[in-house]
Design a binder for this molecule. Structure first.
Ligand code: AMP
Ligand code: ZN
Length: 111
């Protein structure tokens, strides 16, 4: 828990969100500014600012397993998982999160 962190406040329920899944390790909720018909964010309950802050492998495994499980629960077959690392790459919330995008054609390479 980091006192100033938006996503820690969502985990705690201090800021409302549209949660679609929660386990002992992860929370998944709808992005407030969806970029696709399905746009979910999956976060680990343990606060880590970003991927380059090197969360340990156990955390990474729980988190990415959560991404897989949420996509499966939502019956997504074609989807994209995005992790923005650093402001230059588009990261705006510094609690490590994966975007899951689905429901429209996804260009490759991304812009
Ligand atoms: P990023 O730019 O990769 O750090 O992604 C942060 C994401 O959090 C953006 O897609 C925002 O739309 C989303 N976001 C910001 N505030 C909220 C919120 N209160 N509830 C849900 N999603 C949010
Ligand atoms: Zn946090």
């Amino acid at each position: 828990m980091s006192a100033d962190c938006l996503f820690c406040k969502i985990i705690a329920g201090d800021i409302p969100s549209q949660k679609v899944a929660e386990t002992e390790h992860i929370v998944a909720f709808n992005d407030i500014t969806p970029q696709a018909p399905t746009h979910l964010l999956v976060i680990h309950k343990q606060h880590t600012p970003s991927l380059s802050d090197s969360p340990d492998s156990l955390i990474l495994g729980q988190w990415m397993s959560g991404v897989r499980d949420v996509a499966q629960q939502q019956q997504l077959s074609d989807y994209r998982v995005i992790v923005n690392n650093g402001t230059g790459a588009g990261q705006s919330v510094f609690h490590l999160h994966a975007h899951i995008l689905a429901g429209r054609p996804l260009d490759w390479p991304p812009g």
